[in-house]
Design a protein around this ligand. Structure first.
Ligand SMILES: Nc1ncnc2c1ncn2[C@@H]1O[C@H](COP(=O)(O)OP(=O)(O)O)[C@@H](O)[C@H]1O
Ligand SMILES: CC(=O)N[C@@H](CCC(=O)OP(=O)(O)O)C(=O)O
Length: 317
């Protein structure tokens, strides 16, 4: 006997059968959700991971999902490629030194306009398609990020790279007020200066890591355009799935380009008390939820030294 009604629609039993796997999937996530309930998760969305509109919309869905599941997501966004495009359009030359953009005062205007006026606005808009949740701010707002001029040493020489900031203080007040109000802060990596009245360009990975540590976040998730940290890049694409801060520290001098601020950020975040830092492939739709609901995770996870001895298998953190 079939379970269909007179109109041929599935009856209660059939509906139960199709819904059961969905219930099981939700239940599998319960331990993770219980552990992270009420916890702050800082998610850095890299400019290179903002590949297309569908991906950005899926990112927004994942973040809103986390919020409705009882976590407190904080979004920090990048926009390197978007800044490059605008600088090109304006005929301004842009170069990187020590992984950081040499930022003239004219370039700083472009960085601020693109990050705060374009990328941040777009993400806020996508998140707010799901309700009045997201509020955008830059590090300038409410003294959230304070910086001083950063002068990196390259081959032993101090090099002037313009309006690039080194973070000296984080004030989490505005972010915490937004979180307490159930909002999702979306933060652009621009800092105010305490000493010279300028605004400074801060690498978005560095800003996300500093905010994660200051907020006492449970997790820092860094979404980028590779699967994770490759063991022997560029000759191999074998992803290092898990490493301790001690192991990462030894590896840092071998890293290049965009991975340097990313992995330095992960190191500082975990050393600063963040439970885990992860680098994941933001080009994969719903990469945030995949990372959460997959036992081993899908990218690279950085853990404190004292977690080195923990089981590799089945440990969802
Ligand atoms: N060991 C490594 N593993 C993976 N990627 C690496 C490594 N070393 C350098 N990279 C480079 O770092 C890039 C990611 O950094 P970046 O371009 O700054 O991205 P985002 O915009 O997401 O911050 C990768 O696309 C890759 O070219
Ligand atoms: C000082 C410095 O280099 N700032 C970065 C800020 C944006 C950023 O970090 O964007 P991604 O995360 O997409 O790389 C820049 O100007 O490109």
């Amino acid at each position: 006997m079939t379970d269909n009604d007179k109109a041929g629609r599935p009856g209660t039993t059939a509906r139960k059968h199709t819904a059961l796997p969905k219930a099981q999937i939700l239940i599998e996530a319960l331990p993770w959700l219980t552990r992270h309930n009420g916890k702050v998760v800082v998610i850095k969305f890299g400019g290179n991971a903002m590949v297309d509109d569908d991906l950005k919309a899926a990112f927004a869905q994942d973040v809103v999902f986390l919020r409705h599941a009882g976590l407190k997501p904080v979004v920090v966004h990048g926009g390197g490629p978007q800044i490059n495009a605008q600088l090109d359009k304006q005929g301004l030359v842009s170069e990187f030194k020590a992984g950081l953009r040499v930022t003239t005062p004219e370039a700083m205007d472009v960085v601020r306009m693109v990050l705060a006026g374009q990328v941040q606005r777009e993400l806020v808009g996508l998140l707010n398609q799901h309700g009045p949740l997201a509020v955008g701010l830059t590090g300038e707002d409410a003294h959230t990020i304070t910086a001083t001029k950063h002068t990196p040493r390259i081959d032993g020489e101090a090099v002037d790279i313009g309006r690039v900031g080194e973070i000296t203080a984080i004030d989490t007040g505005a972010i915490e007020a937004l979180l307490a109000d159930g909002r999702i802060p979306v933060i652009s990596s621009i800092a105010r200066s305490a000493d010279d009245g300028h605004v400074y360009n801060v690498n978005a990975d560095t800003a996300a890591a500093a905010l994660a540590a200051a907020l006492g976040a449970e997790t820092l998730m860094v979404l980028t355009d590779v699967e994770g940290l490759y063991a022997d890049w560029p000759t191999s694409d074998e992803v290092i799935s898990r490493l301790t801060v001690g192991e990462l520290e030894k590896l840092l001098p071998e890293l290049s380009s965009g991975m340097v601020p990313k992995m330095e950020g992960c190191l500082h975040a975990v050393r600063g008390g963040v439970g885990t830092a992860r680098v994941i492939d933001g080009r994969v739709p719903h990469s945030i939820l995949l990372e959460i609901f997959t036992d081993e995770g899908i990218g690279t996870m950085v853990v404190p030294d004292d977690r080195a001895a923990h089981a590799q298998g089945g440990e969802q953190q």
